[in-house]
Design a protein around this ligand. Structure first.
Ligand code: ZN
Length: 245
């Protein structure tokens, strides 16, 4: 049984709550689909915890932005990335953290399963939003690159994309879904910055061919207050955690 988490974004309270939830469920391996850092106040702690807890980790666009030159980010996100980089570059253990991030793969391929941050077509940067089900060309192209089931993050919106162009949010399938023979893309949602209108963290449990969407509350106020105390992190980054947007 595996847990698949993504988009932690330096939110330690959320990551700790999710790891505690995972611990109770008989999970043997945790996969992380990237964006360990960026936006949030605890990049070092989150990198360390992911390194300790996860069997497989993929590079996200914010991890890449912190490591190299950030490209394609808005002003607030870019400022957060430069702040994140300055934190990761200093303090005890910085070399090990830097090395760990620098060696992360962009894709993990297993029989019938693909793991990416963004999409099968552009693993680091492409968003697959729920409304993309109306963009047949885009979805057909992406599905053509997926052998069977693709697990992804990046949009922070959990749900299942089916090959017949449906998007199923967790609520619509009672938080359970059988992968079965049809191709599908599973977005596992975000641990540290949910954008599905619910402040709780999201992740997925994969048990054979069955997935369960998990929702885990954490102390949002603690994280928001840490963000407000750091001038380089926009207050909006704290505000948005309260509404999950
Ligand atoms: Zn992200």
């Amino acid at each position: 049984m595996r847990a698949i988490i993504s988009d932690i974004h330096g939110n330690l309270e959320a990551l700790e709550s999710v790891l505690a939830d995972i611990k109770d469920r008989g999970v043997t391996e945790i996969y992380c689909l990237g964006d360990i850092v960026g936006y949030g106040p605890n990049p070092r702690e989150c990198v360390d915890l992911v390194r300790q807890s996860c069997a497989q980790v993929i590079l996200g666009n914010h991890d890449q932005g912190a490591l190299f030159d950030p490209e394609g980010f808005n002003a607030g996100a870019e400022r957060a990335i430069f702040w994140t980089r300055s934190v990761l570059e200093t303090g005890a253990g910085s070399e090990e953290r830097w090395e760990f991030l620098g060696e992360l793969p962009r894709i993990i391929k297993e029989p019938n399963r693909l793991f990416v941050h963004g999409s099968a077509r552009n693993p680091l940067n492409e968003y697959v939003f729920p409304e993309d089900i109306y963009n047949q060309r885009k979805m057909e192209r992406i599905f053509s690159l997926v052998e069977k089931h693709c697990f992804q993050g990046h949009t922070h919106i959990p749900g299942v994309f089916t090959e017949d162009m449906n998007f199923l949010p967790p609520e619509e399938v009672n938080f359970e879904y059988d992968l079965g023979d049809q191709k599908c893309l599973v977005n596992v949602g975000s641990v540290g910055q949910p954008r599905n209108g619910v402040p709780d963290s999201s992740y997925v449990i994969l048990d054979g061919e069955h997935i369960t969407f998990r929702r885990v509350p954490y102390d949002v106020e603690v994280t928001a207050n840490k963000i407000y105390a750091i001038p380089d992190l926009d207050n909006f980054l704290g505000d948005r955690l309260r509404d999950g947007r």
